[in-house]
Write a protein that binds this ligand. Structure first.
Ligand SMILES: Nc1ncnc2c1ncn2[C@@H]1O[C@H](COP(=O)(O)OP(=O)(O)OP(=O)(O)O)[C@@H](O)[C@H]1O
Length: 325
């Protein structure tokens, strides 16, 4: 039922001539969920988001956003969404406040409400003290935060963020995600975000992995990681040979020494550790548990790693780069 979903998509397709960018995807995003669209360049993420934001028309299929049909209720959808796209769209010669005011006026927000909301969102994205500074003086991270604030100005039900951290350094990326995560605590909002950074998908409640225009799997990051394999446990013990022997006897686990530590794979590693301590009968000095990464997940579902797909030089991406020049 679309009424109970912030985003409800069935059989969505988009073709550019012979190129099938989105090949009939189904998707449900719950209200207040942080939902991630993950995939390499050219997977079709931006195309799908553009359709949901009413910027592009679908070739086939249906979609509702905040309960409104993206085809027949465009204006209603637009009023209910906030959008932050990859390409910066701030007026750098205007101040932070002027950028926000301009946007609010475009949305026909009443003057008093607009003044209050500008104060609120600048506070929310940590730019209250830079309100009257021109954007030209802002760092990349500050600009992106201002764009996110602008996307929130008219109190949207659903916020779409297309690669919100692209081109930013790792530290700034982490701080942008902190702001996004904080937002959820403060606002009654659904966040739909695309990224091709695996580690960023960890922030999402659920993620859909998109590849070649199709959604190959949708689940929570934890469930996806559990689905692809076991955790790796490494222990340093008083007597490694005995520890290996006991692991085999007690738990039927095949352990070996790697980098000076007894290493083995087991499901639910964190839950296994207490049993290990209580039953092994060999003193353990240190223990580390490593979960499978989302890179492992991507590999399992697509047969290649994210970096493989980027290094292979997706010709469509290259064509777009040329087109942008
Ligand atoms: N306007 C367009 N005309 C023709 N082809 C397009 C157009 N927009 C996108 N494409 C193609 O559709 C495919 C999907 O592109 P899309 O931008 O949706 O991918 P993406 O997953 O968002 O990638 P990125 O991470 O690079 O943004 C690509 O092959 C791309 O070249």
């Amino acid at each position: 039922m679309s009424d109970h979903h912030a985003v409800h998509v069935r059989g969505l397709r988009k073709s550019y001539g012979d190129l099938h960018a989105v090949k009939g995807i189904d998707l449900d995003v719950a209200e207040r969920e942080m939902f991630g669209f993950l995939g390499p360049n050219g997977a079709g993420k931006t195309t799908a988001i553009k359709i949901l934001c009413t910027i592009a028309d679908a070739t086939a299929g249906s979609a509702t956003v905040a309960g409104c049909d993206v085809r027949s209720q465009r204006a209603e959808v637009r009023r209910r969404i906030g959008v932050v796209f990859q390409d910066p769209t701030l007026d750098t010669y205007l101040t932070a406040e002027q950028n926000l005011r301009f946007h609010g006026e475009l949305y026909g927000m009443p003057r008093r409400l607009l003044r209050e909301r500008i104060t609120e969102v600048l506070d929310m994205v940590g730019l209250a003290r830079r309100r009257h500074d021109i954007v030209q003086k802002f760092s990349g991270g500050m600009r992106r935060r201002l764009e996110i604030g602008r996307g929130l100005l008219h109190a949207p039900k659903v916020l779409f963020l297309d690669e919100p951290t692209i081109g930013l350094d790792p530290q700034t990326r982490a701080s942008i995600w902190d702001y996004i995560a904080e937002l959820r605590g403060k606002q009654d909002i659904t966040i739909f975000v695309t990224t091709h950074y695996m580690e960023e998908a960890e922030y999402c409640d659920r993620i859909a992995i998109m590849n070649h225009g199709e959604i190959v799997v949708t689940d929570t990051p934890d469930a996806l990681k559990s689905s692809v394999g076991k955790d790796r446990v490494r222990i340093r013990t008083e007597n490694d040979t005995l520890a290996i022997e006991r692991l085999r006897q007690l738990f039927q686990l095949d352990a070996a020494i790697h980098d000076g530590m007894v290493t083995f794979s087991v499901s639910e590693g964190a839950q296994f550790v207490p049993r290990l301590f209580s039953s092994l009968g060999v003193a353990i000095d240190t223990v580390t548990v490593t979960r499978p990464s989302l890179d492992d997940v991507f590999m399992a579902y697509t047969g290649r790693t994210m970096s493989d797909t980027e290094q292979a030089g997706d010709p469509s991406t290259f064509a777009r780069m040329l087109a942008k020049r």
